[in-house]
Ligand binder design. Structure first.
Ligand code: SF4
Length: 768
């Protein structure tokens, strides 16, 4: 047996705050299985144990510099503590742990005692509440009964009714269902779904080789059959809810983490503190033998690091090396990981495959052979692309894929524009040069195609409207000159001049008032431009800073690790819902540069994942004309991915505007390649941020953008920034309400539903 990473951090702590239960479920591993240590333990965790445990957790988080830790209140039944003591426990945990790291609080309850008062308390302390429910009345009451023999179904449903209320919905973390193959799988699945949980956990009944699970006669892999039926139905339903078991298998099938100790090779990072302060391993081990979870350590004598290094825990953290020979040779070991550790026990040791081995194998093969239909994504994007874009933590790689898709779209638009060119007429040489450059210097052409307002021009040009139509298809020559400059390739082309201006995207604008509307001959040399029109000849070195009498270079907003264009010269930038400002003077440009650099620091500090995304996708910032109201405003345009327009403002506000608007930009780009809204079900939805009902696509945009804004204000509230709490709550509530309304409206495609579910999941641990 190879030891694991002895001193890696634990991140999840289960506190047994009350060791008795008001139910007497006959499948309970705490009271009904081999370990009987509950008999000798105090009923309640004392304040001294609780504070010492909290101190150990804080000490561990500080030593390992953990960004967050999860503490789950468990039992027995934690609600038996009563509201008063529960409030003290939660306050103590926050007081001791929250100054050191972000504390995520959770509770697993049977729900029987849940009341409005308790829900208020749990919401006040941001406790994510998971409830145990085994299915419909018959399924649930088969095992989940009071000592009197009466079933608990009605009480649990009442509790779930409370958790579904808008006021408590955000603390409802999911349902935990223990499988009994005597229950009808579809009836169980549907009855769980009816409770609108954010997540369902299906657990196999705890069993070992010494005490194997009940199976029907001839039902060799009855558990696999049961779970397969649920899986097939879940797929057919379009995966309406997260099911941890299936999500885990799909994740590991793609090489991702399992996210659960039940499956896969993720290292175990959980420890338990019993009511008397003893450190224990996971409760599931209670099924193995009396004393199996014991570590021989207490919170008074030992730190969490000592627990992490204990031999059994170390083995459970050692991945494949800690498995039996049979498991190590198994073709599905990366997904199965030998199943739950406790289920491997038999004849005095754990060196066996899972007692559910045949079931797990059959289920894994079934899932692998029947993956979800890929969400319809063009450009060969992976199935988890939606999840990655929905994660509020940011994903630079996913943005890179969006950029690639956008460039492909722009290339196709350019080809369409070229088709409109008269043979041998103006622009034909430009197209020829551009296609030649695309062979010799494709990166240079891609950089020009990625400029947001190239697409805006092409779309207008093809539609015969706006500045794009006025510029005309021969603007292709301007693109060719810009790409040639980027590549250092000499070209000589006639480039259109409109209203006395010759614009080269990403490069700058040559002022030729004498020409009005017409064309100028442009020659590029190494780092230089020569522009001739009639009697006027202008020599330009595009890289030199500062305006010259006939030359407005496109300026740059820069911070040490990013630079974007300050776009106040491109004639196609005025495609936003708000009017673009005029060319800035040097003082105005310097103010923008200073504010942008400061805003970038704010973004990097508050939401580094978004900084990564912006670095990958933001190309240009367009100064907007100041509005009469003097408020900060910003906008993105449907046809200008990577462009954000904003009024001049302070750094903190610009940081929020950039993150907010880039979310819209991402959503626009995603809508280009993926159907998110079901067009057959048009519907208008009332949302918090607008007085008028909005179509589903606009609501989707709002959810995506406002979730990111709420996240920024959540972080500011965490840092005690004045007024941040109220702004955070406003955006969070708008977003959460809109998610609920959009889900109820049933107006999304499976891909759209998946995106919204992922956003909701990202928000699920947020504080009140
Ligand atoms: S399927 Fe069986 S042999 Fe394979 S890893 Fe799982 S428990 Fe081990």
């Amino acid at each position: 047996m190879a030891p694991g990473p002895a001193r890696a951090a634990l991140t999840e702590f289960v506190l047994k705050v009350h060791a008795r239960c008001d139910l007497a479920c006959d499948h309970c591993y705490v009271y009904e299985h081999a370990d009987q240590s509950w008999r000798r333990r105090p009923v309640r965790m004392t304040p001294e144990v609780l504070r010492t445990a909290a101190g150990r957790i804080a000490e561990h988080a500080a030593a390992h510099d953990l960004p967050d830790v999860t503490v789950i209140l468990h039992g027995g039944e934690p609600l038996l503590l009563g509201a008063e003591r529960l409030g003290e426990v939660l306050a103590d945990l926050r007081r001791v742990i929250a100054p050191v790291t972000r504390l995520r609080l959770g509770m697993q309850t049977n729900g029987v005692l849940l009341s409005e008062r308790l829900c208020d308390l749990l919401a006040e302390h941001d406790v994510a509440v998971g409830v145990s429910l085994d299915g419909d009345r018959a399924a649930n009451d088969r095992h989940r009964r009071f000592r009197s023999g009466a079933g608990s179904y009605d009480q649990v449903l009442r509790a779930l009714g409370l958790l579904r209320r808008p006021a408590y919905r955000r603390i409802y973390s999911g349902l935990l269902c223990t499988v009994d193959v005597r229950n009808d799988p579809i009836a169980v699945y549907e009855s769980l779904l009816a409770q609108e949980p954010p997540r369902i956990d299906f657990l196999l009944p705890h069993a070992t080789w010494d005490d194997p699970p009940w199976r029907p006669a001839g039902g060799g892999t009855a558990y696999a059959g049961w779970l397969r039926a649920v899986y097939d139905r879940w797929l057919a339903d379009g995966r309406p809810v997260s099911v941890r078991l299936f999500d885990s298998l799909l994740s590991t099938a793609a090489g991702g983490p399992s996210g659960t100790e039940w499956l896969g090779l993720d290292p175990v990072d959980l420890a338990v503190v019993e009511t008397d302060g003893e450190w224990e391993q996971a409760d599931s081990l209670k099924t193995a033998y009396d004393g199996a979870p014991a570590t021989g350590m207490t919170v008074f004598s030992h730190a969490a690091d000592d627990v992490a290094a204990s031999p059994l825990l170390a083995r459970r953290r050692s991945g494949r090396a800690g498995l039996s020979d049979e498991c190590r040779r198994c073709p599905v070991v990366d997904q199965c990981g030998g199943g739950l550790f406790a289920h491997r026990y038999g004849t005095g040791h754990f060196d066996h495959p899972s007692v559910y081995c045949a079931d797990l194998k059959e289920l894994i093969v079934h899932v692998n052979e029947n993956p979800p239909a890929p969400v319809r994504l063009d450009a060969g994007l992976p199935d988890d692309f939606i999840d990655r874009l929905a994660a509020l933590t940011g994903d630079r790689v996913a943005i890179g894929r969006l950029v690639e898709a956008q460039i492909a779209i722009v290339r196709a638009l350019l080809a369409e524009v070229a088709d409109r060119l008269p043979a041998g007429g103006a622009g034909a040489d430009g197209w020829e040069a551009l296609t030649a450059l695309d062979h010799s210097a494709p990166e240079s052409v891609a950089r020009i195609a990625a400029h947001p307002y190239v697409r805006a021009w092409a779309v207008d040009c093809l539609a015969g409207s706006g500045t794009g139509a006025r510029q005309g298809p021969d603007y292709l020559s301007a693109l060719a000159v810009a790409a040639a400059l980027d590549a250092g390739t000499p070209v000589r082309l006639d480039v259109p001049v409109r209203s006395g201006r010759l614009h080269l995207p990403t490069v700058g604008t040559v002022l030729l008032p004498e020409v009005g509307d017409g064309a100028a001959r442009v020659e590029t040399g190494p780092g230089s431009l020569r522009v001739a029109a009639g009697d006027v000849t202008v020599a330009i070195r595009p890289g030199t800073p500062g305006d010259a009498p006939r030359w407005w270079p496109t300026r740059v907003l820069a911070a040490p690790d990013v630079s974007v264009l300050l776009e106040d010269g491109d004639p196609h930038r005025d495609c936003h819902r708000l009017p673009a400002g005029d060319r800035l003077d040097d003082a105005g440009a310097a103010r923008w540069a200073e504010t942008f650099a400061a805003a970038w620091q704010v973004i990097r500090d508050e939401v580094p994942g978004h900084a990564e995304e912006l670095r990958a996708g933001l190309r240009a910032v367009v100064p907007l004309r100041r509005s009469g109201a003097g408020v900060s405003e910003a906008s993105t345009a449907r046809q200008a991915f990577g462009g954000v327009a904003a009024t001049e403002t302070d750094a903190g506000s610009l940081a929020v505007l950039l993150v907010h608007e880039f979310q819209h930009s991402k959503m626009n780009a995603l809508l280009d390649i993926c159907d998110l809204v079901d067009g057959t079900r048009p519907i208008d939805i009332t949302v918090g941020w607008r007085p008028d009902p909005r179509p589903a696509e606009a609501v989707l945009h709002g959810i995506y953008a406002h979730a990111a804004v709420a996240d920024m204000w959540r972080i500011r509230a965490d840092r005690q920034v004045d007024g941040a709490q109220a702004v955070y709550r406003r955006y969070r509530d708008w977003t959460a309400e809109a998610i609920g309304a959009l889900q109820r409206a049933d107006a999304l495609t499976p891909a759209g539903s998946r995106l919204v579910r992922q956003v909701a999941r990202s928000m699920s641990g947020w504080p009140s």
